[in-house]
Design a protein around this ligand. Structure first.
Ligand code: FRU
Length: 469
């Protein structure tokens, strides 16, 4: 679409679409979602000048993956978000097929975006530019143009810059596909955000003992937590295992050590970041008090997205809740960020045989459940969580075929913390050792029923709505 007609078309889409989306019973009550159209990756998550900013891949014009802009929200407290002007639209030659994912940095107080300008050609080929934009006085962003062209040895799939400061320099990880069609992560560095030096591949298919590991790695993120450096990535094309990596595209973490001088990252194997049905393209940032937060897209590219019922109401997808990362025994832990506790209403409690627990209204709910297993949690007859000695099995019918599909978390489970919104369930296992995030579309106001004879202890709270203004 010509750039001169894009903005009026987006405005019209929002004016027409927002009432239909926001009155949909599946529209989230306290998660971030698009007011119309399609949302995918979180972008540019940052705390700067006293506020959090979260940008997002957004196509306001339809529920398809086209015309990607950067939508923009900001918040003082991670609870009450407000809409900001659209940050980036695909209106230049170098980003004409989409302002793709990227990150934000605080450059001496200037909120600066680093994103991928995606360019598709008529013959099916494509190229990618890594580009800069800086916030202006009106709260919009001035594009500064491309700073990195396609490096030699890679296809047009080079994207999703995540930039951070280490010592006196800026560093960037980039997702890439080499000309042998192997997925890689590149490390680059710069003194000024404009001139970048490619330090080479730090992880990927065929590197560091991983074996063949996918044709493209998207959305890398790298940070240090405790004694380890973690690389988060979305390796496309890795083989599904019996009970892991079952989504069309998974999200994973690797833990290790990055030597900034030699640009070598030594690391262990893949761990699934979230074992639910919908989770992808997470991004992290640091708070002012040094906490590492993560937010992800509660969706999966090329999953069953085209069958989601919200498309009939003109919108699709939502973010996960904001999570705080931690580490124990070299593993990455995720828990709902503490600020979310402010959404809790009156506390309820139950102790006894699971099946004797009352049905719990689950439309907006936080539940903390302890026990030893042999319990099934039935969410509105639409999503079933079976808790066994050996772990968890989450069951949901395919939106396409009606067949049951399953996701698993393996290991002894002693505690579950479950956050429900109108069409999503996020299950935190053993205080963050695992997470399973999934969308679900209950036919009526959801109730949660517990099934089983074993003893459980439950505390739960209704959660209040949190509307974006
Ligand atoms: C991941 C992704 C990114 C890309 C963006 C485009 O979901 O494919 O690699 O930058 O989405 O919307």
């Amino acid at each position: 679409m010509a750039s001169s007609t894009l903005l009026p078309a987006i405005l019209q889409a929002v004016m027409r679409g927002q009432p239909r989306a926001l009155s949909d019973a599946h529209y989230p009550g306290w998660h971030l979602a698009p007011v119309t159209g399609l949302l995918n990756d979180p972008n540019g998550f940052i705390h700067i000048n006293g506020r959090y900013h979260l940008f997002y891949q957004w196509n306001a014009l339809s529920c398809r993956h086209q015309h990607k802009c950067w939508g923009h929200w900001s918040s003082a407290d991670l609870l009450q978000w407000q809409h900001e002007p659209i940050a980036l639209m695909p209106d230049e030659e170098y980003d004409r097929s989409g302002c793709y994912s990227g990150s934000a940095v605080d450059n001496n107080g200037a909120l600066t975006l680093v994103y991928t300008g995606n360019v598709k050609f008529d013959d099916g080929g494509r190229t990618a530019w890594q580009c800069l934009a800086v916030e202006n006085e009106a709260g919009g962003f001035d594009k500064l143009g491309p700073v990195i062209a396609l490096p030699d040895g890679y296809t047009g799939h080079v994207r999703d810059p995540k930039v951070w400061r280490h010592g006196e320099r800026w560093y960037m990880v980039l997702g890439a596909q080499d000309t042998q069609l192997q997925g890689k992560v590149l490390l680059l560095c710069s003194d000024d955000l404009h001139t970048w030096h490619n330090r080479g591949e730090i992880a990927g298919s065929g590197l560091n003992g991983l074996g063949t590991a996918g044709y493209m790695w998207e959305c890398p993120d790298l940070f240090t937590l405790g004694d380890s450096t973690f690389l988060i990535c979305c390796p496309q094309g890795i083989a599904p295992e019996e009970q892991r990596f079952l989504n069309a595209h998974p999200s994973a973490w690797l833990a290790g050590d990055l030597d900034y001088d030699t640009a070598r990252f030594t690391h262990g194997g893949f761990h699934e970041l979230d074992a639910g049905f919908e989770f992808y393209a997470p991004q992290t940032t640091l708070t002012a008090d040094g906490r590492r937060l993560l937010v992800g897209w509660m969706g999966v590219p090329a999953g069953e997205e085209k069958y989601q019922p919200t498309i009939a109401r003109g919108w699709i997808h939502q973010m996960t809740c904001i999570r705080e990362l931690g580490t124990r025994d070299g593993k990455l832990y995720q828990r709902p960020v503490a600020e979310l506790q402010a959404l809790r209403g009156e506390e309820h409690a139950f102790q006894g045989r699971a099946a004797d627990a009352p049905a719990i209204p689950a439309r907006r709910l936080e539940l903390v459940l302890t026990g030893t297993g042999d319990v099934t949690l039935n969410f509105a007859d639409t999503l079933l969580l079976e808790w066994h000695d050996a772990g968890l099995r989450l069951a949901r019918r395919s939106l396409e075929s009606g067949e049951w599909h399953y996701r698993y978390w393996c290991g002894a489970v002693t505690q579950l913390q479950i956050l429900c919104d109108h069409s999503s369930v996020e299950i935190f296992i053993n205080e963050g050792e695992g997470v399973m995030s999934s969308r679900y579309f209950p036919a009526a106001a959801a109730q949660l029923r517990l099934i089983g004879d074993t003893e459980v202890t439950a505390r739960y709270w209704p959660l209040r709505r949190c509307v974006v203004e």
